[in-house]
Each structure stands twice: as structure tokens, then as C-alpha cells.
Design a protein around this ligand. Structure first.
Ligand SMILES: NC(=O)c1ccc[n+]([C@@H]2O[C@H](COP(=O)([O-])OP(=O)(O)OC[C@H]3O[C@@H](n4cnc5c(N)ncnc54)[C@H](OP(=O)(O)O)[C@@H]3O)[C@@H](O)[C@H]2O)c1
Length: 340
């Protein structure tokens, strides 16, 4: 049993982490904190938890948190995590940060997030927690930078081909569509909002803050700089990210060869499901799960590979992946808490 704390327990991803940890057999959920006026049962804030837990959510108090838990999830906005993580790390706690604060090198972070990084010393200590690509590093990690939701959906659809040097790297295009919970819980941001209801649009075209994260990690895998064209869209749905990635093969490839590369890479990955030829993922099939679903098409005459992926942004794109990382770090069953 490990004692765990969730800081930012009342946000979208914090709520998902709490729901998972309540049913996790190896976790004693010992600390819940968020910006609230006074301490209250978490089920008063998150009614879905009524009858499932008597846990109380308290105001942020790091001294109290440090006394009560060994591992912390930071489900906090970027810029807030980097104020909290250093003290927890200093006290020898394991930390899994869901924000973007430790995913980029400091200069890139300051450029894209337009704010000064105040904990640059810990950036290089953070292991990028995408288990399907970096499982061995996650096993040994004390501090995890949990990946962004769009990068998870995009990179798992690209990395295996990149590792095998099968694709051209100057024209990878990722066209991604996300439900509205990707933006966090905020007033008026719901399916009745006139900007969202009955609408579908691209935003931050070629200028989304997840672009440098995708480029950084894929460049590390490739060993040379890569820039992916990344275009996000906003879907009038609660949750889910569907990404369509277009890649040019270096030489004409058959479907079987391409599918074989993904099957081999992910053969021991319990949350990856590869569709049979001719079938493609749907958001309904991954909603409220930690799965990454993938469908592939190959146009040999154009040397074109199309990979379509689907994830739930709040689970495989955030909270589920964070718990998956904890399970691997702590040598628990990788799927514990994540399958029902
Ligand atoms: N939503 C997604 O799909 C997704 C996917 C991947 C990664 N992420 C990342 O995960 C993080 C959390 O996202 P989210 O969607 O859960 O955001 P959210 O719904 O806005 O929740 C943020 C939480 O942090 C709390 N908080 C804010 N300032 C705090 C402070 N100083 N001390 C303690 N708690 C504080 C908030 O409390 P109040 O509500 O009371 O202010 C809330 O509980 C973000 O960095 C986000 O980028 C989100």
C-alpha cells in the first residue's frame, strides 16, 4: 500500500484520478487538496463520488501534505505545478505532474507558455511519462512529466515508424480533434456555449503549445530535429481526441509491413488496441477508458501511410496515463484501477 495525495483534486483530471484511486487496491488515498473556501467532503464538490468515499478535500497546505503521503499527483494548471513540485521532490516524495511545466526545456517553455520557468533545475530530472515508449525510464523514475493529451494521441501513432526509419520526417501532418474537457473546467465552457454547440472549428493552427512537445519527443526518438505540422480542432463533445496522421513512407510499403511494426512495438502494451485492416477507431469506443486505439491505411502508389488514433483526453491523455505511470513506478500491475 502506498499513501497518495492529489493536489488539484477538484479539476477535471483531478476528479478522474480520485475516481481511479478510490478503487485502486494498492493505494491509500491520504490527501486531497484544491483551491476551495473551506474544507468539505470531496463528494460535495464532485457529486459522482457520493456514497463512494468520505474523503475530505482541504485547502492547499504542503507541510500537511508532505506528512501524509509518499506520492503526489499534481493535477494543476501550468505555472502552479512548478511552485509546488520542488518542495515535494526536496522532501523525497514521488511526483507525477500533469501540467506542462516539466515537459519542455526552459527556453521553449518560456517561449510557448509566455512565462518564466522558476524551477529549471528539476526539468532534467523529470522523466517523460509515455509508458508505451519509455517504460524502462518510467520504472526507475521519481518524477514524471505526464504527457499532454494531443501529444499522446499523435506520438503513439508516429513513433514506431520513426524508430524503424520508415518515414520521411519533413512532412508529417497531424490533424487532431478534441472534446471540450481538454481545456479544463471553466465557467461557461460547456456544450450549450454558442461557440461550441453545433460548431466545429480549427484553432491555434500551427501555433498550439503542444507542438513543441510533439517535436521535442519525436526529435529525441529520431536523433535529429523534426517538426510536425499539427492542427487542433474543437469538437462539440465532452471528451475524446481523434487524430489523423499523414506520413510519407521512404519507400513503397505494404499494409502488413506497417501494421506489423505497430503490432511488434506495442505487443506488451495492455492499453493499445490495433484495429484490423479497414477498421478505424471511434471516440465512443475509448470514452471513459485508458485505451489508445489505432487504425491504419496504406496507399502504396502515393507512399502514404494514414494512422488514425483515438484516446479519452482525460484518461489516456491525462489521469489514466498518470495512474499507469504510478503503477509502473511502484511495480504494481500496470492495469490496476484502470480497467473497470
Ligand atoms: N483536461 C485535459 O484533457 C488535460 C489533459 C492532459 C493534461 N492536462 C493538464 O492537467 C492539468 C489539470 O488540468 P484540468 O483539465 O484538470 O484543469 P482544471 O479542470 O482547470 O483543474 C485545475 C485544478 O487545479 C486547482 N488549482 C488551481 N490553482 C491551484 C493552486 N494554487 N493550488 C492547488 N490547486 C489549484 C483547481 O482548483 P479550482 O478549480 O478551485 O481553481 C482545480 O482543482 C493542466 O495543467 C492541464 O493542462 C489536462
Amino acid at each position: 500500500m502506498i499513501k497518495v495525495g492529489v493536489i488539484g483534486a477538484t479539476g477535471y483530471t483531478g476528479e478522474e484520478i480520485v475516481k481511479i484511486l478510490i478503487r485502486h487496491k494498492d493505494v491509500d488515498l491520504a490527501v486531497l487538496q484544491a483551491v476551495i473556501e473551506k474544507e468539505v467532503p470531496i463528494s460535495d464538490i464532485l457529486p459522482e463520488l457520493k456514497g463512494k468515499t468520505n474523503l475530505v478535500c482541504k485547502k492547499p497546505d504542503l507541510e500537511e501534505a508532505k506528512k501524509k503521503a509518499e506520492l503526489f499527483f499534481l493535477a494543476l494548471p501550468h505555472t502552479v505545478s512548478m511552485k509546488i513540485a520542488p518542495a515535494l521532490l526536496e522532501a523525497g516524495k514521488k511526483v507525477i505532474d500533469l501540467s506542462a511545466d516539466y515537459r519542455l526545456e526552459a527556453g521553449e517553455y518560456e517561449k510557448w507558455y509566455k512565462t518564466k520557468h522558476i524551477d529549471t533545475a528539476n526539468i532534467e530530472k523529470a522523466v517523460y511519462g509515455l509508458p508505451e515508449l519509455f517504460r524502462e525510464k518510467v520504472k526507475k523514475a521519481h518524477f514524471i512529466a505526464n504527457p499532454g493529451c494531443y501529444p499522446t494521441g499523435a506520438m503513439l501513432a508516429i513513433a514506431p515508424l520513426l524508430e524503424k526509419n520508415l518515414i520521411q520526417t519533413d512532412n508529417i501532418i497531424c490533424d487532431a480533434k478534441s472534446g471540450i474537457t481538454g481545456a479544463g473546467r471553466k465557467p461557461g465552457w460547456n456544450l450549450e456555449n454558442p461557440d461550441i454547440k453545433g460548431n466545429f472549428k480549427a484553432y491555434k493552427v500551427n501555433s498550439h503549445q503542444h507542438s513543441p512537445e510533439i517535436d521535442r519527443i519525436l526529435s529525441e526518438i529520431h536523433g535529429k530535429g523534426i517538426k510536425v505540422t499539427f492542427v487542433p480542432h474543437l469538437l462539440p463533445l465532452e471528451r475524446g481526441i481523434l487524430s489523423t496522421v499523414y506520413m510519407k513512407a521512404k519507400s513503397g510499403l505494404e499494409y502488413e509491413k506497417v501494421a506489423g511494426v505497430f503490432r511488434e512495438k506495442y505487443k506488451n502494451c495492455p492499453f493499445v488496441r490495433i484495429k484490423p485492416e479497414g477498421e478505424f477507431p471511434q471516440l465512443k469506443e475509448v470514452a471513459c477508458t485508458n485505451f489508445f486505439d489505432l487504425g491504419l491505411a496504406v496507399d502504396k502508389s502515393k507512399k502514404l501511410i494514414i494512422a488514425v488514433s483515438a484516446i479519452d483526453n482525460l484518461l489516456k491523455g491525462a489521469a489514466g496515463q498518470a495512474v499507469q505511470n504510478m503503477n509502473i513506478m511502484c511495480a504494481f500491475e500496470e492495469t490496476e484501477g484502470l480497467t473497470n
